[in-house]
Ligand binder design. Structure first.
Ligand code: AMP
Length: 428
C-alpha cells in the first residue's frame, strides 16, 4: 500500500494547559492542549480526526533531530519503542514529519505522571504493590526483548484512563546489540537519584541490574513519599548511593523492608533479579503475569506490512537533508510522496511516456542530487512538478506537486500519472 506525506501545518505556540486553536496536523490530528515541554520536545494532547482516538503528540524540532548525535538518539528511541508491545509500556503509533518537525504519535496517558499523584501523599503498601507489579511486568517483558530502560524514574511512569501504569521514554535505552564484548553497557546516563552505584563507578554495568535498582528507588518513593538517596550536595548524594546508605520511614512493614533491601543492594552480583522477585513474600502477593494479547502483535504485523512510513524515511536518510524533501505547500495544491526502488531514469521515462501520450509538454531536469520533470499543459491548465531524491543506494523518494486551480491537471494526475507512479512504489 502507498504511503503519502502531506504537508503539515506547524503547531501553534500554545502554553501548557491552554487549549490550542484547533490546528490539524497533517490533516489527521487535531491538537488540543499542550501537555508539557521537555528538553527538546513539546507534547500535545490531540485527537485523530477520523477515529476520535485521543493521542499524545511529541513534536521534536528537526534542528534537534538532525544535529549530529541526536539523530542517532531519536532513531534509537523510535526503533526501540516500535519493538515494544506490552499493556504497561507506552505505545508509539506512528511518526510523521513536516518541514521543521518530527512528530511522534503516542498513546495518550490521561492520568498524567505518577509522580504528581505521589507528590500529593505517599501510597499505601497495597497501592504501591499494584503499581509496582505493573512496572515489573513491563520491565520483565522489555528485558526479555533485549531492551533495558536505564532511566527508570517516577517522571517516566504515566497513568492511563483506567489508572494503569504506562512506562514511557525509552530515549536512554540500550539494546543488547550495544553491549560490548565483556557483556556490559558502557554509557553513563540516567538521573542521579535513581542511578545504581555501579553506574557511578563508570566500569560498565549490566542493564537489567541497574533497572532493578531504579525500580527499588521507585518503590521506596511510592511507599515513603520521598527519595531514599537525597542531598542538596550532589557529591554527598552520590556518596550515599555508592554506600547504599538509606533509612526506612517507621511505617514500613518488615516484609517491604526486606524486599527493598534486596532491590537496593549495592552489589549488583547479589541484587535480586526480576525472576527472583516472583518468589518474594512481599512482591508475590497477588502478582499475576500480564498476558500479552495476541491481537497487539497482529496490529504490529499489519502496520509493518503497510510499507514504509516517516520513520523509515528518517532512518534511511541519515546524512540527507530532509528540508528539501518535505517542502512548503505554498501554491501547490497537492503534494504526494512515495518511495520507489526503481532507477530515476526509469521513473522519468514513465513520466515522459504518460505525458507525451496526453499531449502534455515535459522538460526533464537532471541536477547532481535531484532529478525530475516539469509537466505543462498546452493551454496552461496543467502544471505538475516531479522530483526524485535519492534515499539510499536502492531507494528514491518520488515527489509530485500539482499547481492549484488547474482542473485539467487534477484529472490528468488522478487518471493518468498517479496510477502509473503507484505501480513503481517500493514494497517490502
Ligand atoms: P516529556 O518531554 O516526555 O518529559 O513530556 C513532557 C510532559 O508531557 C510531561 O509532563 C508528561 O507528563 C507529558 N506527557 C508526555 N507523554 C505523554 C503521554 N503519552 N500522555 C500524556 N502526557 C504525556
Amino acid at each position: 500500500m502507498l504511503h503519502t506525506y502531506d504537508i503539515a501545518v506547524e503547531e501553534d505556540a500554545a502554553t501548557v494547559g491552554q487549549p490550542s486553536s484547533g490546528v490539524v496536523l497533517l490533516g489527521k490530528y487535531e491538537l488540543k492542549e499542550l501537555l508539557g515541554v521537555g528538553a527538546s520536545a513539546k507534547v500535545y494532547h490531540a485527537t485523530n480526526v477520523d477515529t476520535g482516538q485521543s493521542v499524545a503528540i511529541k513534536a521534536v524540532s528537526k534542528n534537534h533531530v538532525f544535529r549530529g548525535g541526536l539523530t542517532a538518539h531519536i532513531e534509537r528511541e523510535i526503533s526501540i519503542m516500535r519493538r515494544l508491545h506490552h499493556p504497561h509500556t507506552l505505545k508509539l503509533f506512528e511518526v510523521l514529519a513536516s518541514k521543521n518537525k518530527i512528530y511522534f504519535v503516542l498513546e495518550f496517558a490521561q492520568g498524567g505522571e505518577l509522580f504528581h499523584k505521589v507528590a500529593q501523599g505517599r501510597f499505601s503498601e497495597d497501592l504501591s504493590r499494584r503499581y509496582f507489579h505493573q512496572l515489573i511486568s513491563a520491565v520483565r517483558y522489555c528485558h526479555s526483548a533485549g531492551v533495558f530502560h536505564r532511566d527508570l524514574k517516577l517522571d517516566n511512569l504515566l497513568i492511563d484512563q483506567h489508572t494503569d501504569l504506562k512506562v514511557s521514554d525509552f530515549g536512554l535505552s540500550a539494546l543488547k546489540d550495544h553491549v560490548r564484548a565483556d557483556g556490559l553497557l558502557h554509557t553513563v546516563c540516567g538521573t542521579p537519584a535513581y542511578v545504581a552505584p555501579e553506574m557511578l563507578a563508570k566500569k560498565g554495568y549490566d542493564g537489567a541490574k541497574v533497572d532493578v535498582w531504579s525500580c527499588g528507588v521507585i518503590l521506596f518513593v511510592l511507599t515513603a513519599g520521598y527519595l531514599p538517596f537525597n542531598d542538596h550536595n550532589l557529591a554527598a548524594m552520590y556518596r550515599k548511593i555508592y554506600r547504599g546508605q538509606f533509612r526506612f520511614p517507621r511505617w514500613t512493614s518488615p516484609e517491604l523492608r526486606r524486599f527493598v533491601c534486596r532491590l537496593l543492594d549495592k552489589n549488583p552480583e547479589t541484587r535480586i533479579t526480576v525472576d527472583e522477585m516472583m518468589g518474594d513474600p512481599w512482591f508475590s502477593k497477588g502478582y499475576r503475569e500480564v498476558r500479552i494479547e495476541h491481537k497487539e502483535f497482529e496490529l504490529e504485523r499489519e502496520s509493518r506490512s503497510r510499507g514504509l512510513n516517516a520513520f523509515d524515511l528518517i532512518s534511511f536518510s541519515s546524512g540527507l537533508d530532509m528540508s528539501g524533501m518535505l517542502g512548503e505547500a505554498g501554491v501547490w495544491e497537492g503534494v504526494e510522496r512515495m518511495v520507489s526502488g526503481e532507477k530515476p531514469a526509469k521513473i522519468l521515462e514513465k513520466v515522459e511516456g504518460v505525458a507525451k501520450a496526453e499531449g502534455v509538454r515535459v522538460r526533464v531536469r537532471k541536477e547532481e542530487n535531484e532529478e525530475g520533470a516539469e509537466l505543462e499543459g498546452q493551454d496552461g491548465n496543467l502544471k505538475i512538478l516531479v522530483s526524485i531524491y535519492r534515499l539510499t543506494e536502492r531507494l528514491v523518494v518520488v515527489e509530485a506537486k500539482r499547481r492549484e486551480g488547474k482542473e485539467k491537471g487534477a484529472k490528468f494526475w488522478e487518471e493518468k500519472l498517479q496510477p502509473e507512479l503507484h505501480r513503481l512504489v517500493y514494497k517490502d
